[in-house]
Write a protein that binds this ligand. Structure first.
Ligand code: NAD
Length: 360
């Protein structure tokens, strides 16, 4: 019997539908190659959903996502919807779906294909072949802690946010990071500020406790200021970094930019059962939408992450990564990652080339 999976497709806005179309080509090709059966249910989110149904996250979109085995999202947003009231803006659809699906573990890989090393602002030898994974806690910490707000104290304005974590919240992101490390290089670096913050002291203690369940994985700790320096000095020293919501927000953008190519980077957000939503890290890029120049590889690599982390099809994930590498080896590039002498192709042609590499 063929293995059967249901995938919710949420193309969204701008270049979202264009890059999702190429990801679908890849999924259909995998079906042919390895006899899996895929049911793809497409539903609107973001601005497209607002236009169709008056809300960026319609109930049916959420239902379809909740009943799927995994969710693949393009991107949301655009100037057309920026003046809407906050709750109707496309980005609320994205935040809404992440919290409704309880996606607490955000995986942000920073991978630099050696073929693209010249795109980085760092020296080639420092970044070429970079492959690190940042696991960021996504639904707790200072972004959600209470008390919060701006009030008047002692006759002046006073702002307050609270960095809070229950040990259970730390443990679950810890388990997520260790399990990911087991599928990679078996090293976890936990990033905190335990020399100053009590919440970080607890973070460190709980990470140590969690590590005892994973004797095959090595745990180290690093203060966040040092981690920021090390990411720029010697990023290849890391395998998996696990950190809180705030530190992860900053470090993952820094790591992404080490690669110099926003069109190449996938991401995943997982719940406690490894159900996940997969999306490129880039936005809806309204400046290039509809021109057949968007790079679809970040979305195609998001499909690879989906196969590895939610559908347990690591072999198929490897096949996609290899196909991307082969196409880059042959000198094909979308405009955003091209240099003199490259063969520049459009969004659709890049999708076709990946399919050809998969099927060859
Ligand atoms: P963006 O990521 O959309 O674009 C930044 C720059 O990178 C642009 O010049 C764009 O042309 C380029 N770019 C992005 N993806 C590319 C790709 N695949 N191929 C080639 N070039 C690519 O960020 P922005 O311009 O700040 O935001 C545009 C809209 O996207 C806004 O409405 C923003 O709110 C939204 N946004 C959505 C998400 C998401 O859906 N997860 C993330 C970030 C921004």
């Amino acid at each position: 019997m063929n293995q059967k999976y249901t995938i919710a497709l949420l193309p969204g806005d701008g270049i979202g539908p264009e890059v999702i179309k190429e990801a679908v080509k890849v999924l259909r090709s995998l079906e042919k190659i390895l006899k899996i059966e895929l049911i793809l249910n497409e539903v609107p989110v973001g601005g497209a959903a607002y236009e169709a149904e008056g809300h960026p996250l319609p109930a049916n979109t959420l239902n379809v996502a909740q009943s799927a085995d995994a969710v693949l999202l393009g991107a949301v947003g655009g100037p057309k919807w920026e003046s809407l009231e906050r709750d109707l803006r496309p980005e609320r659809g994205l935040l809404g779906i992440r919290s409704e699906l309880a996606l607490f573990s955000n995986l942000r890989p920073a991978i630099l294909y050696p073929q693209l090393a010249s795109a980085s602002s760092l020296k080639t030898e420092i970044v070429s072949g970079l492959d690190l994974m940042i696991v960021r806690e996504l639904v707790g910490g200072i972004y959600f802690g209470k008390p919060r707000g701006i009030e008047i104290r002692d006759g002046e304005r006073f702002g307050i946010n609270s960095a809070t974590y229950y040990e259970s919240e730390i443990a679950r992101i810890g388990h997520s990071a260790f399990q990911i490390a087991q599928k990679r290089g078996k090293r976890v670096c936990s990033v905190d500020k335990a020399n100053v913050l009590e919440v970080s002291e607890l973070w460190r203690e709980v990470m140590e406790e969690v590590s005892s369940s994973y004797p095959d994985v090595t745990l180290s700790h690093m203060y966040v200021d040092n981690a920021a320096m090390q990411l720029v000095r010697d990023p290849k020293q890391f395998d998996v970094m696990v950190t809180s919501n705030l530190f992860g927000d900053v470090l993952s953008d820094c790591a992404a930019m080490l690669t110099g190519s926003i069109g190449m980077l996938p991401s995943a957000s997982l719940d406690k059962n490894s159900f996940g939503m997969y999306e490129p890290i880039h936005g809806s890029a309204p400046d290039i939408a509809g021109k057949d120049i968007a790079n679809p590889l970040a979305t195609i690599l998001s499909v690879s992450m989906m196969l590895r982390y939610s559908l347990n099809q690591a072999e198929l994930a490897d096949k996609i990564n290899l196909a991307v590498s082969e196409v880059l080896d042959k000198g094909y590039r979308t405009k955003d990652i091209s240099a003199a002498g490259d063969k520049v192709v459009g969004t659709e042609e890049m999708g076709d080339l990946i399919v050809m590499a998969l099927e060859s």
